[in-house]
Design a protein around this ligand. Sequence first.
Ligand code: SF4
Length: 497
Amino acid sequence: MSKIMPPAHPFDTSYLQAGEDGDKLKEECGVFGVTGVADASNFVALGLHALQHRGQEAGGIVSHDPEQGFQSARRFGYVRDNFTSQDVMQTLPGPLAIGHVRYSTAGSKGQTAIRDVQPFFGEFAMGGAAIAHNGNITNANALRRELIERGSIFQSSSDSECIIHLMARSLQRTIPERMEDALRRVEGAFSIVAMTRTKLIGVRDPLGVRPLVLGKIGEGWALSSETCALDIIGAEFIREIAPGEMVVITDKGVESQFPFRPQKPRFCIFEHVYFSRPDSILGGRSVYETREAIGRELAKEAPVEADLVCPVPDSGTPAAIGYSLQSGIPYAMGIIRNQYMGRTFIEPTEQIRNMGVRLKLNVNRALIRGKRVILVDDSVVRGTTSRKIKEMILDAGAKEVHFRIASPPTAWPCFYGVDTPQREKLLAATMSEEEMRDHLQVDSLKFISLDGLYRAVGEAKGRNSDQPQYCDACFSGEYPVIPSDQVEEGFQMKAAE
Ligand code: SF4
């Protein structure tokens, strides 16, 4: 075990774009784990802080110390508010720890109980194990019914708890083997960081829908949803965990195996567009660069005469820069985001609530007045925010407003670990592009095409329709794993063409 000491908590900047927007899709979870360093939980707290954009509702850490055994702390709210005090961190000793940040969908949505907050812990004959899951199990209802019939007692309403119960019922001898056994029964998306007394374990589902990466810190190792969380603890990015791979990390090093039936990978293409942080690396390329390429592609596909290209901050920024570079139209910060909104108004009054988007975005009037403005945003979900932003821009004296969207129309819900409204609430599910333009009352509205998005993420020939290279179900309606729970509940899949 190395004696690297954790850095001080630099909790003076926050990157909380996702959860503050009521009209955005929200990534549900981030996972992080560290082994082989002193006070591993401090590193995990920092890693989770860097992953806070993947879930702001609650967070938890489990640690193991040879003398004090397993310890855990689970809290509602931001990492910076819960896992910085010595009072809490001293209760999480040891050289091995994992953590999780959460935004719920599977489970008791809207009223999470502390028992739904991960990591989950199970005590088995061969010792304890804790797991933190990013993704969504699409056959969780069926598994849960079966497990309850066979005597399992669930503590939470989370789909992830099924994994612990399946492990408990496995006849395999070791915890990694039991985990393999359990995960073979599970359908859907999972990137998991788990731990035993002596092992840090990382697993990715065979399609590799959600990200998971491996890093090296001194003599120790780290697993993380994204590389940006390796950076914050000073860990070196080694590689992505491959789709279908399980790594078991001990003091002897990293053992890799591929326990599942191989399938063609279908990584979530929306991670490139919006979910991942722009300073993370995905598929060997910075997310920022990819988003800039998306903006360039959008400018080629949907040019328009205008005076300014403005991002809808913050997530539209790299694509707006790309659009500006490609089109030659000047880039400007026409909308300014208040970075310190955070939880200022936990229980806003009616008057404050009515201010809506103005609480966090303000138009730079001096720039906008009399101009034809291209607004670049990452997506349109319900369209409510886009409409308000358009009104603000026109109030500020813009002559024309043209929306350019860095993803294709979001017409289908995600069942693989992203919170999406029901299909009928998605603007693109019920309206054509022209009808959406009319609804938003803008001068023009264009989305990047699915092929254009594929080209921007590095697929020179666009989307291979016979065997798509990514999951793009929220745009195409073609789900790589049938969401059986949702179908059972009445969800209508797209009819085969
Ligand atoms: S449905 Fe959309 S958001 Fe969900 S995994 Fe697929 S591409 Fe990503």
